[in-house]
Write a protein that binds this ligand. Structure first.
Ligand code: GTP
Ligand code: MG
Length: 202
């Protein structure tokens, strides 16, 4: 699926983000989980969003206009311990305020590094989304880094942990920006949501 992506703007506050009524879809997750890389892979443009092997790269709310129809929003990651307490609060506060207040936000994709065992910080964040009725889907990232059986085992372990708190699991995707896995499914999910929204409006 071909998508045309253009960088639109970076902001420190949800109120300063683009006006108008284009729907938005955001990517969030721990620092270094691969949010910016996934945006670049979906857009087939390695230079679109800034990526880094050092965590804490994305520090602003970044809007990318896709196919002139919707925004993909790259958010600062959570859980990066090395930044000062003040700026840590600033980043997570920025993302949290955006998630809680942005009316055009249709779905937030929570990215989970599938190489790891279930992490408390991710489970806590997902619970926070649930408690605050932030609509979410999950993307298990870096699937190229694990063997097929390990991938399935780690996903099962994560889902089982989630089921301790959740009655139904949100939609889940598996991705690899390196192997270009899952990109079409994610794009299609978004495009279908956008289509449904515009059909509802008519
Ligand atoms: P912050 O902006 O710091 O919150 O991080 P981020 O979540 O945007 O991560 P980013 O996309 O910058 O990627 C972090 C590191 O993981 C980089 O070194 C990427 O090359 C690597 N990476 C991202 N996605 C993948 C993937 O699917 N497979 C592999 N093998 N590496 C990946
Ligand atoms: Mg980033």
């Amino acid at each position: 699926m071909l998508i045309k992506a253009e960088f639109q703007c970076s902001n420190t506050h949800w109120k300063k983000c683009p006006e108008g009524d284009l729907p938005e879809f955001s990517f969030i997750g721990r620092s270094n989980v691969g949010k910016s890389s996934l945006i670049n892979a979906m857009a087939n443009n390695k230079k679109l969003a800034k990526t880094s092997s050092t965590p804490g790269k994305t520090r602003l709310i970044n809007h990318f206009l896709i196919n002139k129809k919707w925004f993909l929003v790259d958010l600062p990651g959570y859980g990066y311990a090395k930044v000062s307490k003040k700026s840590r609060r600033g980043w997570s506060g920025m993302s949290a305020d955006y998630l809680l207040n942005r009316e055009k936000l249709m779905c937030t994709f929570v990215l989970i590094d599938i190489r790891l065992t279930p992490q408390k910080i991710d489970l806590d964040f997902l619970n926070w989304c649930g408690e605050n009725q932030v609509p979410i889907a999950i993307i298990f990232t870096k699937a190229d880094k694990v063997k097929a059986f390990e991938l399935q085992e780690n996903i099962k372990a994560f889902e089982n942990k989630m089921l301790e708190n959740w009655e139904d699991l949100p939609t889940r995707f598996i991705s690899s920006s390196v192997k270009r896995l899952g990109l079409e499914e994610i794009t299609e999910f978004i495009e279908n949501t956008v289509k449904r929204l515009s059909a509802d409006k008519k």
